[in-house]
Design a protein around this ligand. Structure first.
Ligand code: NAP
Ligand code: GLV
Length: 309
């Protein structure tokens, strides 16, 4: 039985090093050097070439090298019945919360305005927005959303969250399902998207969503670029209804040079770095899952193919 790594070439050395550190005897192949395809029973992938997975007839598990699995499910030829697993990693969860806190504090402490003042050598005191008066609404109360919510609460922000199924989380107002979406949005001064990309959530950050937010609301998207209808964001910013946005993910990555987001004064851009996978911290769980599959046990962190996450 062999494990196959399908990742951009620039990343493969680090993966090989950290996977081998967990198990020096691992039969690890690096795509496209697959050897006999029938020997591959476990694939690790990130944005693999579409149609490739169906070539491995004895595949027993497909592991995402990220939290999201949309990059796997967009392949129409994913072999049916093969479990797909995602990462769950404490340091990645912490990194995402740090990103969300940074983005929100950048907004509430008005750092963009101070940057503009600096370019004009202008000394102007500006009062920060007080956390108690900034209601944060988090779309997605999974591994990432809950942690960010708890850390924001510690800083004094009133936090609410929206998820598909009912949640009871201390200190958090939780809203469930499409029927509660409008009410949830109407009380979010900062809207944070931490949803998985699925049929239901694609394009969810759109004109209708923005119109339900209070005037002056701020948007943070650290989930997937396809959650956002980009023209609708530009219209809502330019009409003055939204005060700004911080975006880590984009429909096209890298963001093309000609994209209007680059020159927009009220959009902060980061290059999909909110929470980077670190081969060192996640190699143990990947090798553990490989061992489980080899011994006939169900792997950990299997996603639900029906819901898409
Ligand atoms: P997760 O644990 O699977 O949680 C997903 C949350 O979204 C759950 O609370 C789920 O509701 C909710 N949800 C799903 N579909 C919904 C719908 N139709 N309506 C309302 N709520 C819905 O995911 P996670 O680990 O927190 O990660 C979320 C996403 O973040 C990933 O899929 C990935 O795309 C993105 N991400 C980005 C970066 C980055 O660097 N930018 C890094 C890591 C991850 P239930 O709780 O009811 O199931
Ligand atoms: C990154 O975007 C991930 O899904 O882990």
């Amino acid at each position: 039985m062999a494990m196959l790594l399908m990742t951009p070439k620039s990343k493969s050395d680090s993966w090989v090093k950290h996977l081998r550190a967990q198990d020096p005897g691992l039969d690890l192949r690096v795509w496209p050097e697959t050897g006999q395809t029938d020997e591959i029973e476990f694939i690790l992938c990130w944005k693999h070439p579409l149609g490739e997975l169906k070539k491995y007839r004895n595949l027993k598990c497909i592991a995402s090298l990220g939290f999201g699995v949309d990059h796997i499910l967009r392949d129409p030829d994913v072999p049916p019945g093969v479990p797909i697993v995602r990462l769950v990693d404490a340091s990645m969860i912490h990194a995402m919360s740090e990103y969300i806190l940074t983005a929100i504090l950048h907004h509430t402490r008005q750092f963009d305005l101070f940057q503009q003042d600096k370019s004009r050598k202008m000394w102007q005191a500006r009062r920060p927005l007080h956390p108690q008066n900034v209601r944060v609404g988090i779309m997605g109360l999974g591994h990432l959303g809950v942690d960010a919510a708890q850390k924001l609460r510690l800083l004094g922000f009133p936090v609410s969250g929206w998820s598909r199924t009912l949640k009871h989380i201390e200190g958090l107002t939780a809203w469930t399902g499409p029927d509660a979406l409008e009410e949830f949005l109407s009380q979010a001064d900062v809207l944070v998207c931490l949803l998985p990309l699925t049929r239901e959530t694609q394009g969810i950050l759109n004109r209708r969503t923005f119109a339900r937010l209070p005037a002056g609301a701020y948007i943070i998207n650290a989930a997937r670029g396809e959650h956002l209808v980009e023209e609708d964001l530009l219209s809502a910013l330019d009409s003055g209804h939204l005060s700004g946005a911080c975006l880590d993910v984009f429909r096209e990555e890298p963001l093309p040079e000609s994209h209007p987001f680059w020159n927009h004064p009220r959009i902060t851009i980061t290059p999909h770095i909110a929470s980077l996978t670190d081969p060192r911290t996640v190699a143990p769980q990947l090798v553990e899952n490989y061992r489980r599959v080899r011994s006939g046990l169900a792997p950990l962190h299997v996603i639900n193919i029906e819901t898409g996450y």
